[in-house]
Design a protein around this ligand. Structure first.
Ligand SMILES: Nc1ncnc2c1ncn2[C@@H]1O[C@H](COP(=O)(O)OP(=O)(O)OP(=O)(O)O)[C@@H](O)[C@H]1O
Length: 413
């Protein structure tokens, strides 16, 4: 669970890395809970089958042997208990509320487990709804959970915003459908997550196609999917595509969704498992900052306006943000980067003073890099860029500086 005060849902776009300015609204989960990873499943609008995707991801992870929970945060349209055929109500004691279990031991909490009648409408205002979701996090005794999936309220309004701020999400999956104005809707969800500093794990397209029962041909009911281009534009991964599957619809209606043996989201689950690995080990996380000029590495560490800060988890770029140096003089930049928990800095050139300052803060330095930021980050991850903390860097990039700012005394390679 991402509990850094400035990370995940900590403080959103108002956070400039200055911890004093950072308001932390994150709530603590119940003291009896150990929840390792929290994944929000969101959609830019309702009716795209978000709950089905949440359930399918949860089932797939459970089959891999993980302890899984589903927090149904879709208070006004809760459909999780019905899909799993849960009819018993949640029970409470003086310590908190217990979730119900599905046949395959997935823990579920939903407003429908508290309402006397399943079909009672929830006519509550936003703050009450958001407060209920928070309580599902603070007052429910989930116990030990490896992956908790949050079926988020649809849209990008007040309620999802409060949930983003209150529950420490490790990442979100965006669900869309082909008939959406895909790029617009996805962009809304994307921008919201970005503003809140929540990593986007990828997009799942529901109702992608229908397979003809006679000839097995894929019928694109809503026309050609635009998901690949929308995802490409935003630089996010397409995790999977789920067809309209009449068997799934029937199982949902019968409350037997766990009987499905489809593998539509197997790759999506694998990706989540890789990015948010638990397996008893700590995630290997690090942040690298690349002095940035447009989409290229800046030649001058001390003069760059922005840093691209990439969060690397288990050797993959998990998140990337461009952070303005806010006019910090080069003497202050090392402290600025240290406050962002950066452990490696990549630049074209760097003065001796800055180098020493960074080294004293335990930050590794790579100078002599040039060209496209993503390519340079990949070279670093592939071990093709070497540290220049001591002596000459063994990198293969040419120097693009010449302003006297660079203290790198490597020759061209
Ligand atoms: N890919 C699919 N194949 C078959 N049936 C589907 C599919 N996606 C959704 N459905 C059907 O639609 C019903 C409603 O799905 P779900 O509850 O996930 O979405 P929703 O409530 O319409 O939207 P959202 O959860 O996005 O607000 C499911 O119970 C299922 O019967």
């Amino acid at each position: 669970m991402n509990e850094s005060s400035c990370g995940s849902a900590g403080c959103g776009s108002s956070c400039s890395g200055n911890s004093n300015a950072c308001h932390d609204f994150i709530e603590k989960t119940h003291e009896l809970n150990t929840i390792k990873r929290v994944i929000g499943v969101v959609s830019g609008k309702g009716g795209v089958g978000k709950s089905l995707i949440t359930s399918t991801l949860a089932i797939t992870m459970r089959r891999k042997g993980y302890k899984v929970g589903i927090l149904d945060a879709d208070i006004t349209g809760p459909s999780i208990p019905k899909m799993f055929g849960i009819t018993k109500k949640a029970e409470g004691c003086e310590f908190g509320i217990y979730p119900q279990k599905t046949h395959n031991d997935i823990s579920v909490m939903s407003i429908n487990l508290l309402l006397e009648k399943d079909d009672s409408p929830v006519i509550w205002r936003g703050p009450v709804i958001a407060g209920t979701v928070k309580q599902f996090w603070t007052d429910v005794i989930w116990g030990d959970i490896d992956y908790l999936f949050l079926d988020m309220p649809p849209g990008t309004g007040d309620v999802p915003l409060t949930v983003f701020q209150s529950i420490p999400l490790d990442g979100i999956v965006i669900v869309t459908s082909p008939q959406d104005l895909v790029s617009l809707i996805v962009k809304k969800a994307y921008n919201m997550a970005k503003a809140m500093n929540i990593p986007i794990l990828g997009i799942v397209e529901n109702m992608s196609y229908l397979r003809c029962p006679d000839c097995s041909k894929e019928i694109k009911l809503f026309g050609e999917s635009k998901i690949n281009s929308a995802a490409g534009e935003l630089g996010i991964k397409v995790l999977g595509k789920m067809p309209i599957d009449p068997e799934i619809a029937q199982l949902c209606d019968k409350g037997e969704i766990e009987k499905t043996d489809n593998e539509y989201l197997a790759d999506a689950a694998l990706h989540i498992e890789k990015i948010l690995a638990i397996n008893g080990e700590e995630k290997s996380v690090m942040k690298i900052a690349v002095a940035t000029e447009g989409s290229n590495v800046s030649g001058h560490f001390g003069k760059c306006e922005n840093f691209t800060i990439a969060e690397i988890e288990n050797s993959e770029v998990k998140n990337k943000v461009v952070v303005n140096t806010q006019g910090n003089q080069h003497g202050l930049l090392p402290a600025f980067l240290a406050s962002h928990n950066v452990s490696v800095v990549i630049a074209g050139g760097m003065g001796e003073g800055a180098k020493q300052n960074l080294v004293s803060k335990g930050i590794e330095i790579i100078t002599g890099a040039s060209g496209n930021i993503d390519e340079v980050i990949n070279s670093f991850l592939n071990g093709r860029l070497k540290s220049s903390n001591t002596g000459c860097a063994g990198h293969g990039h040419s120097h693009g500086h010449g302003n006297g700012d660079s203290g790198c005394n490597c020759g061209h390679h």
